[in-house]
Design a protein around this ligand. Structure first.
Ligand SMILES: [Zn+2]
Ligand SMILES: [Zn+2]
Length: 389
């Protein structure tokens, strides 16, 4: 089959690889019909997430048709159309019982590697490094889906792929980012990062009752898309974000702040950017955490900072004094996707939201290297790439 594989730093290729095979009774094989390139794929491609190997198949946002199921999968049959969550979860461990699916205790065969870096291991993730399981990803014609009786959600009506594909990651991730803010009527939520996740977090914040949403970025085409959700926007290359947010909130600051940027943030001050960029390149810190630092500084006293941007390891100059003295709550996590798929599918079905508004580019799977190029370099106003087989 054809698959998109990592072949070295900043290099992905279309390659012919062996078809996946069933390994366990609870596996399914899915023929992918649509898959997407995610911002978090970029952290893998450029080598900032460790333990990616040459030949690894990328991709964790995909859907398609079930072609084979193991004897342990009773809820799916060949021919079913499914969206597959990026988190691989057994459905029966301590974490899964608590609906903390991205922390499944049974799905990461390389848990020991993750424990060394993080203390304990999170769940396995499709196409997301060996530390998180080394599972072949979904930017391919076929994928083996472990615990297929728990993860995939059947799409039984004629909703097109584009409307439901993002149930695999970015819609639930944006929604969880907003949900962690415990939004009350009348509140103002600020979001760093106007990429697809930030845009869907903005839409979700409104769904959950936010009065105002303010999205911060520096690319006009992304801010414009964020505005479509009803959000106000700030270009951090044009304004001082902390001053602007203070002005917009009567001096108090946003009630909650969402970091939808993560480990490769950009900073408008060259000296500051150079400081973290150099340390990151020398692997003295793994992150460039400007968005997170600013979100913490901006948040009102007693507010919530919700982190859905991806981080890989260690942060320098973390403003703990601010967190402690101003009673901030920091909430974070890879999305517990399975918890959100059904309720969010219902919201799509009822017409409350159509997450396909984030799509800017559609192309066949074998043009994925071009898609990565456009998306990484923010060329051609590239916001979100969907690949079809
Ligand atoms: Zn993703
Ligand atoms: Zn589990």
């Amino acid at each position: 089959m054809k698959a998109i594989v990592w072949t070295g730093r900043n290099s992905v290729e279309v390659q012919n690889v062996p078809d996946p095979e069933m390994l366990n009774a609870r596996d399914a094989i899915v023929r992918v019909t649509s898959t997407a390139i995610c911002g978090s794929d970029l952290h893998l491609v450029d080598g900032y997430i460790p333990t990616v190997k040459k030949g690894d198949i990328l991709g964790h946002e995909f859907m398609g048709e079930v072609v084979e199921v193991g004897p342990g999968v009773r809820n799916l049959r060949p021919g079913d159309r499914v969206v597959v969550p990026f988190t691989i979860s057994c459905g029966a461990c301590f974490a899964c019982e608590a609906e903390l699916y991205s922390l499944c205790e049974n799905s990461n065969p390389n848990a020991g590697m993750a424990e060394k870096l993080m203390g304990h291991s999170p769940a396995g993730i499709f196409g997301y490094s060996h530390m998180l399981g080394g599972f072949p990803g979904g930017q391919a014609e076929y994928v083996r889906v472990p615990f297929a009786d728990v993860g995939p959600i059947k799409i039984e009506d004629d909703l097109p792929d584009e409307k439901v594909l993002f149930l695999s990651d970015i819609f639930p991730t944006g929604f969880m980012g907003a949900e962690m803010c415990d939004i009350k009527p009348g509140q103002t939520i600020a979001i760093w990062g106007a990429g697809p996740v930030g845009q869907l977090a903005a839409a979700s914040a409104f769904l959950l009752g936010a009065d105002r949403v303010i999205v911060i970025d520096r690319f006009p085409y992304r801010l414009k898309r964020a505005q479509r959700t009803g959000a106000e926007v700030l270009d951090y290359e044009e304004v001082n974000v902390l001053d602007a947010l203070r002005d917009m909130t009567g001096g108090r600051g946003p009630d909650a702040c969402i970091d939808a940027v993560g480990m490769e943030a950009h900073h408008p001050t060259p000296a500051m950017y150079a400081y973290d960029r150099t340390k990151q390149a020398a692997r003295l810190e793994t992150e460039r955490p400007y968005a997170l630092r600013e979100a913490i500084m901006a948040c009102r006293n007693g507010g919530v900072v919700s982190v859905i941007g991806v981080y890989g390891g260690l942060i320098d100059k973390f403003p703990m004094g601010t967190v402690m003295n101003r009673s901030l709550t920091i909430r974070a996590g890879q999305c517990h996707v399975q918890r959100y798929m059904r309720p969010l599918l219902d919201r799509i079905r009822s017409g409350e939201i159509d997450p396909s508004f984030v799509i800017s580019h559609r192309m066949p799977l074998n043009e994925a290297p071009h898609g990565f190029e456009l998306f990484k370099n923010k060329m051609d106003d590239c916001n979100k790439v969907v690949l079809t087989t």
